[in-house]
Design a protein around this ligand. Structure first.
Ligand code: SF4
Length: 284
């Protein structure tokens, strides 16, 4: 009996032990469940943080990209500004060059004696790039007032076309008549003509000097009937006397006379068939 009681007691203890163990096991299981839940919660939190972090990184990347774009825009603007500055500098340089060129283009003033419009055409064309030309119409050698006025009118008409000023002297045939007295019977190109040149070039030199021209010259040498060497000698002498430079020339050269005829035809200028004085009309 005693032994039986012991056995039952032992069994009871064992049963209690099992119950305790079962309880402990249950507690351990529940603890594991909680731990698993806690781990999952932590993992979720980490995931969200990670996501936030990623989002933040993306935002930072976008900001960095924006910043980079803004930087590129600024660089482009700076380049444009630099290009504009260079363009302005180039323009300023060009403007300076133009100013200097214009300064360099101030041409010497030339008082150019002319006997008629047709003779002046080629000579003006030949000299206009190098000189600021004024035509001086002084021709007392012309035989009549009517012829004098006709030639003067054509001279003015042509000069208006080409934008050249005309300075005229009145008709005074006595000056010529007195000057060539004794040489009336000379042929054209003879001893009377240098006197005629001297009369006209002396007056031109005086006028050029008085009005402040740099040089004086004449269209006379364009004619094939006139000796350019004689004209240049007379011009040089008169220039020396008056203290002003004579512009030498032989404008009939290089088809100069032919060109003067072409220009006269082009502008329908009156072309007389004699030199000017009544002696040059004589038929020998
Ligand atoms: S021919 Fe001619 S250049 Fe000679 S004197 Fe007469 S107008 Fe003068």
């Amino acid at each position: 009996m005693k032994e039986f009681k012991m056995q039952n007691k032992t069994k009871a203890i064992a049963s209690n032990t099992n119950v305790e163990k079962a309880k402990e096991s249950e507690i351990a299981r529940q603890t594991n469940v909680k731990r698993t839940e806690e781990r999952e919660r932590i993992e979720n939190m980490s995931g969200e943080k990670l996501k936030k972090c990623e989002n933040s990184e993306n935002a930072s990347d976008q900001k960095a990209q924006k910043c980079e774009n803004a930087k590129s825009v600024n660089i482009a603007k700076a380049k444009e500004s630099e290009i504009d500055e260079n363009i302005n500098l180039e323009k300023a340089k060009e403007s300076k060059i133009d100013e200097n060129t214009n300064e360099a283009k101030v041409k010497p003033k030339l008082l150019l004696h002319s006997c008629c419009g047709p003779c002046s055409t080629q000579v003006i064309d030949f000299l206009k790039n190098d000189y600021d030309i004024t035509i001086y119409y002084y021709n007392p050698n012309i035989d009549t007032d009517e012829e004098f006025s006709h030639r003067l009118a054509e001279q003015k008409r042509y000069c208006e076309i080409v934008g050249v000023e005309v300075l005229e002297d009145g008709y005074n045939p006595d000056e010529f008549t007195c000057a060539v007295k004794g040489f009336e019977n000379e042929k054209e190109g003879g001893a009377r003509c240098p006197i005629c040149f001297a009369l006209r070039l002396s007056k031109t030199a005086k006028k050029a000097k008085a009005l402040g021209y740099d040089k004086f010259g004449t269209t006379l040498s364009v004619s094939p009937h006139k000796n350019a060497e004689v004209i240049n000698d007379v011009g040089f002498f008169m220039g020396t006397c008056e203290g002003i430079e004579f512009l030498e020339g032989n404008y009939k050269k290089k088809n100069g006379y032919k060109k003067s005829i072409e220009l006269s035809k082009k502008y329908n200028l009156y072309r007389q068939n004699y030199c000017g004085c009544k002696f040059s009309k004589r038929v020998d």
